[in-house]
Design a protein around this ligand. Sequence first.
Ligand code: ADP
Length: 538
Amino acid sequence: MLAGVLGLTMDYQLTVPALLRRAEALHGAREVVSRQPDGSIARTTYGAVAVRARKLAVALQQLGIARGDRVATFGWNHGEHLEAYFGVPALGGVLHTLNVRLHADELAYIATHAGDRAVIVDAALLPALEAFRDRAPFEHVIVVGGAAPAGTIAYEELLAAADEAAYVEPELDEREAAACCYTSGTTGAPKGVLYSHRCLVLHTLSVATVDSLAIAEREVVLPVVPMFHANAWGLPYAAAMAGAKLVLPAARLDPASLLELLASERVTISAGVPTVYLALLQALDAAPGAHDLGALHTLVIGGSAAPQALIEGFQHRHGIAVLHAWGMTELAPIGTIGRLPAALAGASEAERLRYRSRQGRPVPFVELRARGDAGLIPWDGSAYGELEVRGPTVASAYTDGDGADKFTADGWFSTGDIVTIDPDGTIELQDRAKDLIKSGGEWISSVALENALMGHAAVAEAAVVAVPDERWGERPLAVVVLRDGATATATADELRAHLEPGFARWWLPDEFVFADVIPKTATGKFKKTALRDLYRRP
Ligand code: ADP
């Protein structure tokens, strides 16, 4: 029973179809631009996307897909993927974006666990799909952007046969599931996260706000972050709601192709993981002035810690601001954003840079706290604790009751990330709990060491991992990839000397290993489990 008086406002359901109706009615002519498999550019509009999304909903229903059913996608960032982002939830279905970079065994597990009844796949990715198709529950395989072999359905033919007028928007409850993603499974089996319509709409609103990513109608947004990874950080929905032009790069994520697209489409905001932008910065530095990036004002970088040198490089050498963001699949995914507070407007350049390298403050309605050995830690910028969050965009459980230990008795989600919290609520991520290095009973932050190493001019990438040590329990070891042609300029001694002024002696890595590459996870992060195994000394 309600103790108070019911307000007299509409019980309007916050749903993905409501987002689509808005995009169509207000921004129907605004462009959606996609890179094609042959490298050419295709142009469509939110208006056309809306029509085709409804056709997709009708066609899927005719194939027997019903409310609550899972429909997978297995594709890169392009207009048809956007149609699925809207079309599947438009029939009350659940969009399940499969990560194309995962191993076939993992994909088979995830598709089966989710119960995906159909999959929409890029023609170029059919061989990868074949590697697990017979172990997945797909009843229908729908092929986009190329020929549909026997036993599959051509996406364009499916849409051509669908009657848009047959679409009836279901009366959705905003609490119904609209999409699902799986966590990476670096610790145990992948776990399913099920987003409600309400969660996706509130996430769209909160990331679009001015102190978040400031997605306005005048912007041109290019998500490098794949649409198969954590809803592409919510950017496709946010761009559609605001009416920002959307530019989708498909599989062409190499620096040359990205630079060309950023320049030719006059992109203003782009977003992705640090590795992508490290490569982009190197390319920009190598040929300054070769690309007109005059329109580009913001890069949203997250997924793993953005090194300070990366933020500084874009800001100082190219006049492009970096917004550092932290998130997780379980948060739909954005949790915090490092927008510079007004109080620091007059601070020194070094101080402002230091702030921007932190992960920032929570987006609206995400609340945070952190827990150390002796309970919740103070917001003093120095105590370490595991970050806990709650809010309307945070998972309340994993599917099938998996991972129940990640949720506290009083309803918060334990992130597994170790942070410090400043008095103003800004978090600085020190490590994933499982990556922290414990030496002689004290914690060493691998992220801080990596950040500093990547600030050395000769270093392209650096990962620091714990190796077992008889005396100290664990000691840090640094794996370093040098920039092309920089071999002569960085020895282990030199890198140690570079770190010395910033760290206590016992933090300095005992060993520096020079490698050609650092293995990456399916989401482009350093694969620390592999590094630890590789460099574990007998
Ligand atoms: P995956 O496990 O596949 O990487 P997620 O995208 O959910 O899946 O990863 C979330 C994790 O990524 C966070 O828990 C955190 O450890 C890390 N992370 C995300 N953003 C940042 C950031 N800006 N700085 C440091 N770590 C980050």
